[in-house]
Design a protein around this ligand. Structure first.
Ligand code: SF4
Length: 369
């Protein structure tokens, strides 16, 4: 199969891979009398599965459940409202990833605030926010720090750079999330029956294969670290089926060219140096202990949450069901607003905004399914 993976974009190569997965799924179904259910932890996998047609092609064979790995989608309403309230202050430049701009707050979005004259800038690299701070010494520059372990090391580099340069007008509004606590939370709740996890190739570059050993050891559930090409996805699902059928529960690294056993040690050291564990609020779930990172006390001057007081008020209730989508409890199409009141042009919730959001993936590629 590894040889086939190298030619992953060739449809003629994908057909036998797809057939092999279907046959393996049939084996599972004949053994257990039900479809296997795997959760793709990461929003990039959700999008790749839908865009490639793998999810649609396996609709009758495997339940592929979207998980909580889209950083915009898991950011709770109060956090979104706080970021927008922060942007409304005078003398501030807010730097953010583009996905955040259209996420609806209770009263407005960052895009609305920008249209209303607030200085909110989309940066392609977080490091650009350091340059903006240097160019604007009379203003406070705040980077909205959302993301999982793929992004967090870059935020650590921002703190390091700002510290070295002695930047007094730069800070980060940390709303970061960690993979392990949310997986533990989902498994502890037991709301969704799962036979394995499709684990994200990019986050695993930082975390390493060993970071998931708690899954088989403590929860008796396996996982496959996978890349994002169609053949890699099919290979990952095939191996998940194999684990589920043989009950040889373990973590398989199916992305060994970039993911090592212990991950990126330098990135982990950077995170450890500048950040410490904190409780984080997750959309539709609430606060999970030690599920995020905040800036260490020694570097308080770069912590926007300590530097600025914001009062976003009570979040407005909506009919958006993103909280259930990210926990794998419903499909986006189960939301009554899907494709009607909520669409990419007029999103009601973050799952329809984000390039990694389940609702956006379903809207773009699976509306007819
Ligand atoms: Fe929220 Fe829209 Fe998704 Fe419904 S379709 S869960 S309103 S983002």
């Amino acid at each position: 199969m590894q040889e086939l993976l190298k030619q992953s974009s060739n449809p003629e190569i994908l057909k036998p891979l797809l057939q092999a997965v279907k046959e393996k799924a049939a084996e599972f179904i004949s053994l257990y009398g039900r479809k296997p259910a795997f959760m793709e932890v990461c929003g990039s996998h959700t999008m790749a599965l839908a865009k490639s047609g793998v999810k649609q092609a396996l609709r009758e064979d495997v339940s592929l459940i979207s998980g909580p790995g889209c950083p915009v989608c898991v950011t709770d309403q109060h956090s979104i409202d706080s970021m927008i309230a922060l942007a409304e202050g005078d003398g501030r430049i807010i730097c953010t990833f583009g996905d955040m701009m259209k996420v609806p707050g209770s009263r407005q979005s960052l895009m609305d605030a920008k249209i209303n004259g607030k200085d909110i800038r989309v940066v392609y690299s977080p490091v650009d926010s350091i340059r903006i701070a240097e160019e604007n010494p009379g203003k406070e520059v705040i980077f909205l720090g959302i993301g999982f372990e793929t992004t967090i090391p870059i935020l650590a580099i921002l703190v390091e750079e700002a510290y070295k340069k002695g930047l007094g007008n730069f800070s980060i509004w940390m709303t970061t999330k960690l993979v392990e606590p949310i997986l533990r939370h989902l498994l502890n709740c037991g709301d969704v029956m799962l036979d394995g996890f499709l684990l994200p190739g990019h986050v695993s570059i930082v975390l390493g294969e060993e970071a998931y050993s708690f899954l088989p050891e403590e929860y008796n559930i396996g996982g496959v670290i996978s890349g994002f090409e169609p053949a890699e996805l099919l290979s990952g699902i095939y191996k998940l089926l194999d684990i589920a059928i043989t009950k040889d529960t373990r973590i398989i690294n199916d992305h060994p060219s970039v993911v090592t056993k212990s991950g990126n040690v330098v990135a982990k050291q950077l995170m450890e140096k500048y950040f410490s564990l904190c409780d984080e609020a997750w959309r539709g779930i609430g606060s999970i202990p030690s599920s995020g990172l905040s800036i260490r006390r020694e570097f308080d001057q770069f912590d926007a949450k300590k530097k600025f007081k914001v009062d976003p008020g009570e979040p407005k209730k909506t009919k958006c069901r993103c909280g259930e989508v990210i926990r794998g409890l419903i499909n986006p199409t189960d939301c009554v607003l899907f494709g009607k009141a909520c669409n990419p042009m007029k999103p009601v919730g973050p799952c329809m905004v984000s390039a990694e959001g389940s609702c956006a993936a379903y809207y773009q590629y699976m509306r007819e399914c």
